[in-house]
Design a protein around this ligand. Structure first.
Ligand SMILES: Nc1ncnc2c1ncn2[C@@H]1O[C@H](COP(=O)(O)OP(=O)(O)OP(=O)(O)O)[C@@H](O)[C@H]1O
Ligand SMILES: [Mg+2]
Length: 227
């Protein structure tokens, strides 16, 4: 069976010569299609670095990464944006929404990037906002929404256009317990419904019960997992 994500012996070194630091030391990491996986570990352990490599934002120093059976490591820098559009949706700690655009426009922009016409994109954006419980907030700008509402818009934007893989870097870090739980539950429910494979980086043990599997990383190495 084709895996959603297959990373083998991934090494990442930042800097060169005396300043070189090996931040990932031979990471093996797999995610099955439709799986909802958490990646947890101490600050500085390499979580964001690994997520950036899986997300075709950074290239590994060595090792192989495949998304849905397509090798994405060893590609030219200029090929990375195209791979991101084809395979990936992102959710960040700070919502990263565009402040001057409404919630619906933020999502529609993502859909236009994925080839929808402006009209289609707006219609789908409104339906996604409805799905995340923000049908009455489509014309609000990020500054006019609560933190939890902004993250729900971010979830809708990441899922817009149906990228097979969703990567989230500490999506609940800026939220209180209840809002964090609500956003993660919503992400899980929608991902399961639509067949997305998801990796969530988090140290938030209040939401661990929502994961199919929690993978631990320490000092650039996978040290264990629980399900
Ligand atoms: N661009 C960079 N250049 C040099 N070192 C870096 C760079 N980015 C990250 N690092 C180092 O790599 C290590 C891993 O960083 P990373 O951001 O992946 O950790 P993390 O697990 O996401 O931590 P946190 O939980 O604090 O977000 C850290 O020691 C960090 O200082
Ligand atoms: Mg990080």
């Amino acid at each position: 069976m084709t895996l959603a994500i297959e990373a083998r012996d991934v090494v990442k070194t930042y800097g060169v010569g005396d300043a070189a630091t090996q931040v990932l030391r031979g990471v093996d990491f797999r995610v099955k299609k439709g799986e909802f996986v958490f990646l947890a570990g101490p600050s500085g352990s390499g979580k964001t670095t690994l997520l950036s490599i899986l997300g075709c934002v950074l290239t590994p120093t060595s090792g192989d990464v495949s998304l849905l059976g397509t090798r994405v490591s060893g590609r030219k820098e200029s090929e990375l944006p195209g791979l991101r559009v084809a395979y990936l949706g992102f959710i960040f700690q700070g919502h990263n929404l565009i402040a001057s655009l409404t919630a619906a426009q933020n999502i529609a922009l993502q859909l236009e990037l994925r080839g929808h016409s402006p009209r289609e994109a707006m219609k789908e954006a409104e339906s996604l906002l409805d799905r995340v419980g923000l049908g009455d907030r489509t014309h609000h700008k990020p500054g006019e929404l609560s933190g939890g509402q902004r993250q729900r818009v971010s979830v809708a934007r990441a899922l817009a256009g149906g990228p097979p893989i969703i990567l989230a870097d500490e999506p609940t870090a800026s939220l209180d317990a209840q809002a964090g739980l609500l956003v993660t539950e919503m992400l899980r429910e929608m991902a399961k419904e639509r067949g997305h494979s998801v990796v969530v980086v988090t140290h938030d043990n209040r939401i661990y019960h929502l994961a199919d599997r929690v993978v631990q990383i320490e000092d650039g190495t996978i040290t264990g997992e629980s399900s």
